[in-house]
Design a protein around this ligand. Structure first.
Ligand code: SAM
Ligand code: SF4
Ligand code: F3S
Length: 442
């Protein structure tokens, strides 16, 4: 029987990148990707631990697989990602259906572990932090991603220890990949068909390799002719250095949407969260970027009802949202995570938290609807990513990352074209292609 692997990915873009790299890696030992669960003999679940119920979701999912294969030969079951890192051998004890638990900094060992299991049938757990060995190994394996918009991890881990966050525990200390290797991977991605590169890191703008910073990577990737757009995520306000801010002045390909999580609009709450930045620091970055280019827009992450958030603090978050006019943002009620400083703090009453979240989301969503509506009857630049199934509609994104659905041709895929917007809703713009263009508007 041929070796087939089915991968299900939960969580952030970095997990998506990792899942693709795992697929590239297991190819070396003969495993081909399948999207048909029926024919798989290896099932891998790449997990996320960021909010509540993450662990239970994983056991639930494994239970589903167990049921599916009840009367069939059991697949080899791997749990990877951030829950695997946090739970390690507990998972093997609690759910014997799992065969291998592997943390995000140990993927270079996955082939050995799979082969060891297939030879000895011994269950294993591998959760050491060894980002350097991981990337040294992965650098030797060609990235086969052929998406028009491709992710490229440049940095992993976090040393900032915000009191609410599990990432420093699940991804380990900050590590930046070699500048040379990143550029070489960007070139490979461009040869595979990538026209947009999204640089990834839990603290992407803390990137530092020798003397190279994120801004150096942006300018170097910009030299690759096939690459038309560059983005990066997720950044932290304290690493928004002047060289990166200046990149918005000089770069031709850096997109004018800045995703900069603020979490709260209150200095008191930011202090309680151990965020290490104030609202005035945040607004200084906002002003500097707006002065460089008034078309730059911001998106953010918000944690609502963090323990200690009073009505007055919440109102400051609301005011900040109104002032900045964020688009495409994420907002969640605080979720206590095991092992973090905030895990045992007194929670704000559920109904109050819910009311605050609804108020914030209404403001964020109304603004998004307003911004999208203002684009109707206008032409915008869209990078065409793919045809939607068998339809005559195509999918692409605006410079501000908004989804766009429009009529186009197969030979437009990978090009930036003008789309006239006819209609819109909160998350999507709808229109027709007008003509091809390679220029950046903003
Ligand atoms: N490194 C980024 C930063 O500093 O903002 C964020 C990375 S984290 C993977 C993504 C988002 O998850 C955070 O910005 C935060 O809003 C949210 N998040 C993290 N822990 C959370 C928690 N315990 N409860 C609710 N949201 C949380
Ligand atoms: Fe988590 Fe980001 Fe804070 Fe690091 S900086 S602890 S990844 S929220
Ligand atoms: Fe989730 Fe880990 Fe990403 S906790 S958000 S998969 S870094």
């Amino acid at each position: 029987m041929s070796k087939k692997i089915f991968v299900k990915t939960l969580g952030c873009q970095m997990n998506e990148y990792d899942s693709n790299r795992i697929l590239d890696t297991v190819k070396e030992i003969g495993f081909a990707k399948t999207e048909n669960l029926e024919e798989t003999n290896c099932y891998l679940l790449n997990t996320c631990h960021i909010r509540h119920n993450a662990k239970e979701k994983v056991y639930h999912e494994i239970g589903r697989i167990k049921k599916k294969f009840e009367f069939k030969k059991k697949p080899f079951v791997i749990v990877a990602g951030c829950v695997a890192q946090a739970e390690n051998d507990e998972m093997l004890k609690r759910e014997p259906y799992i065969d291998l638990v592997i943390g995000p900094q140990a993927y270079h060992k996955i082939n050995n572990k799979i082969e060891e299991f297939l030879n000895k049938q011994k269950k294993m757990e591998e959760t050491n932090f060894d980002a350097e060995s991981k990337f040294n190994y992965l650098n030797q394996i060609k990235n086969s991603s052929s998406k028009v918009s491709s992710f490229l991890t440049i940095q992993e881990g976090c040393d900032k220890f915000c009191h609410f966050c599990v990432v420093p525990f699940t991804r380990g200390p900050e590590y930046s990949r070699s500048f040379k290797e990143i550029i070489s991977e960007a070139k490979i991605l461009s040869q595979n068909g990538a026209r947009e590169i999204i640089l990834l890191g839990q603290n992407v703008n803390a990137y530092k390799n020798e003397n190279y910073r994120l801004s150096d990577l942006i300018f170097e990737i910009e030299k690759i002719p096939e690459i038309k757009r560059i983005r990066y995520t997720t950044s932290h306000p304290i690493d928004m250095t002047d060289d990166l801010i200046d990149a918005y002045k000089f770069s031709e390909k850096l997109m004018p949407l800045v995703h900069l999580p603020v979490q709260s609009g209150s200095d008191k709450v930011l202090k309680l969260m151990n965020r290490k930045h104030s609202i005035s620091d945040y607004l200084k970055i906002y002003e500097k970027l707006k002065t460089i280019n008034s078309n730059i827009k911001f998106s953010s992450d918000f944690i609502i009802a963090y323990p200690g958030e009073e009505e007055e603090d919440f109102n400051k978050t609301f005011d900040l949202i109104k002032k900045v006019g964020f688009i495409n943002s994420y907002s969640f009620i605080f979720s206590p995570r095991p092992g973090t400083v905030a895990s045992n703090l007194n929670l704000i009453e559920r109904q109050i938290s819910q009311n605050r979240l609804e108020k914030v989301q209404k403001e964020l969503f109304d603004n998004q609807i307003k911004v999208n509506k203002s684009l109707e009857k206008n032409e915008i630049k869209v990078l065409v990513e793919n045809r939607i199934n068998q339809s005559n509609k195509f999918f692409g994104r605006s410079e501000y990352m908004t989804s766009v659905i429009f009529d186009a041709n197969d030979n437009d895929v990978g090009n930036i074209i003008n789309v006239k917007i006819n209609n819109s809703n909160q998350n999507t713009l709808f229109g027709d292609s007008v003509k091809k263009s390679e220029q950046k508007v903003a």
